[in-house]
Write a protein that binds this ligand. Structure first.
Ligand SMILES: C[S@@+](CC[C@H](N)C(=O)[O-])C[C@H]1O[C@@H](n2cnc3c(N)ncnc32)[C@H](O)[C@@H]1O
Length: 383
C-alpha cells in the first residue's frame, strides 16, 4: 500500500514538472513578454508586480528575479539524478536552500523523511507549501522564510540544493564551517565556481575558498548541467558537486586560519616571500603590536596605511620593520616556503607554515571584532 502511494506520488510530481515545463516552453514560444524576468531587488517594487499568487508559472505571471538567482531547474531527468547522487536515506532530514517552486523539493520529499527548506521569496514559500500539501507531504516539510545566510539551520543530515549562485561562497562556508554535522552537501553551482572549489593546489583556479574548504571537507565532481535545463535559461553553465565533511579535521583556531589564508592569498600568484615581506604587511604588524601591546600579532587586512601614517614612521620604527622582516624571512626559509606560491600549497603545508609563525610568536587575527563563526564567514566571503 505504502509502495503504491509512493509510486503514485512520484508519478504525480513528474506530471507536475512535465506540465510546468510544457507550459513554460509554450509561453516562451508564444510571447517572451508574458514570462517576466526582472532585475529589481526592491521589495516594494516586487510586491506591486505580484498579480497572481497561484503556484507555478501560470499564464506567465510569476515574475522571476535574476537578482535572486531565480532560475528553476525543470528537467526531471536531472532532478532525479541529483536526488539519486545525494544518497538519501529514508530516515534523513534534508536541508534545501532556495526551493523555488519546489521541483527538487517534491522529489526530496519522496526520498527523505523530512525536508527543511529555506527560501527568501515569500511567493515561493507559499507555492512550495501548497504543492507539498497537494501531494500529501505537508507533515514532512518545514519551509523557513528568510535569507539562508542569516537563518539558523535546524539539525539536518544532508544538504541537497540548486542554490542561488550569488551566495555560493558564503553559503558553502556557512555549511562547511557551521556547527551542524552533516554527511554530505550535493549542490548545483555555477560551473566556474564549481571548478574553483574543486581545484587542487597547482591548478590555476586554486584559491582561498578551495584552500579553506579543503581543511574541513573533500569535494567531488558529480555532473555538468546544461543551461537548457533551467527556466529561464541562465547565461552561465552549471555543475553539481558533492561536499563530504571530513571526520577528523586538524586542530587549528579557525579564526586565525581564515586570517592567515587571507594574508597568504592576498597576492595569489606571488611567492610567499614577496607577500610576507611587503612593507605594508610588516607595518600593520608593528602598528598592531604597538596599539595592542602584543608583540608579533599579524593583522590580516587589505587596507594600506594612510600616507600620513607612513610619513609619521620614525627611523626607530623603520628599524623594527627591518628586524621583523628578518624574522619573517627566517621563518619562511626554515620551512623552505620563501619561493613557494600560495596557489601551490597543500593544506598540510599551510598548517606547517602557520605553526612555524606561531612558534616564533606570530599570530594572525581578523581586524574586525567578530563574535561568531558566521560573523567571520560573512566578513570573509561577503554575500
Ligand atoms: C536557482 S533558484 C532554485 C529554485 C529551485 N530549487 C529549482 O531548482 O527549481 C534559487 C532559489 O533561491 C532563492 N533565494 C535567493 N536568495 C536566497 C537566500 N539568500 N536565501 C534563501 N533563498 C534564496 C530564490 O528565491 C530561488 O527560489
Amino acid at each position: 500500500m505504502l509502495h503504491l502511494c509512493k509510486d503514485l506520488s512520484t508519478k504525480i510530481s513528474r506530471l507536475i514538472v512535465i506540465r510546468q515545463q510544457f507550459l513554460l516552453h509554450q509561453l516562451r514560444a508564444k510571447s517572451s513578454r508574458r514570462f517576466i524576468i526582472r532585475d529589481s531587488d526592491n521589495e516594494e517594487d516586487e510586491e506591486d508586480e505580484i498579480v497572481d499568487k497561484e503556484p507555478e508559472i501560470q499564464e506567465g505571471r510569476l515574475h522571476l528575479f535574476k537578482s535572486r538567482g531565480q532560475h528553476l531547474l525543470t528537467n526531471p531527468r536531472i532532478l532525479d539524478s541529483i536526488v539519486r547522487k545525494s544518497n538519501i536515506r529514508p530516515s534523513d532530514t534534508v536541508l534545501e536552500i532556495g526551493p523555488g517552486t519546489g521541483n527538487l523539493t517534491m522529489k526530496l520529499l519522496e526520498a527523505a523523511q523530512r525536508v527543511v527548506a529555506v527560501e527568501i521569496d515569500k511567493r515561493m514559500v507559499e507555492i512550495v507549501q501548497k504543492r507539498a500539501a497537494e501531494l500529501g507531504f505537508e507533515d514532512r516539510i518545514t519551509v523557513i522564510g528568510g535569507d539562508a545566510l542569516k537563518a539558523e539551520f535546524p539539525r539536518f543530515d544532508l544538504v541537497v540544493a540548486n542554490i542561488p549562485y550569488g551566495i555560493s561562497s558564503p553559503l558553502v562556508a556557512k555549511l562547511v564551517f557551521g556547527e551542524n554535522k552533516f554527511r554530505s552537501a550535493t549542490l548545483l553551482l555555477q560551473k566556474e565556481f564549481a571548478r574553483r572549489i574543486l581545484a587542487n593546489p597547482g591548478d590555476s583556479e586554486f584559491n582561498r575558498l578551495a584552500a579553506n574548504v579543503k581543511l574541513v571537507a573533500e569535494v567531488e565532481f558529480v555532473m555538468d548541467v546544461s543551461k537548457k535545463d533551467f527556466v529561464p535559461i541562465p547565461k552561465v553553465d552549471s555543475s553539481v558537486i558533492k561536499i563530504h565533511p571530513k571526520e577528523d579535521i586538524p586542530v587549528v583556531n579557525l579564526n586565525e586560519w581564515w586570517a592567515f589564508t587571507r594574508t597568504c592569498f592576498s597576492k595569489k600568484n606571488k611567492t610567499l616571500g614577496a607577500i610576507f615581506k611587503q612593507k605594508k604587511k610588516l607595518m600593520e604588524l608593528i602598528r598592531l603590536s604597538e596599539t595592542r601591546g602584543v608583540e608579533g600579532t599579524f593583522e590580516a587586512s587589505d587596507d594600506g596605511m594612510s600616507s600620513e601614517q607612513e610619513s609619521d614612521l620614525s627611523s626607530s620604527s623603520n628599524k623594527r620593520i627591518s628586524s621583523f622582516r628578518e624574522k619573517v624571512i627566517d621563518i619562511l626559509r626554515s620551512g623552505e616556503f620563501e619561493g613557494k606560491r600560495p596557489s601551490k600549497l597543500s593544506t598540510e603545508e599551510f598548517l606547517v607554515l602557520l605553526s612555524l609563525f606561531n612558534q616564533a610568536g606570530i599570530y594572525f587575527h581578523d581586524q574586525a571584532k567578530l563574535n561568531t563563526a558566521s560573523d567571520v564567514l560573512l566578513a570573509s566571503y561577503g554575500s
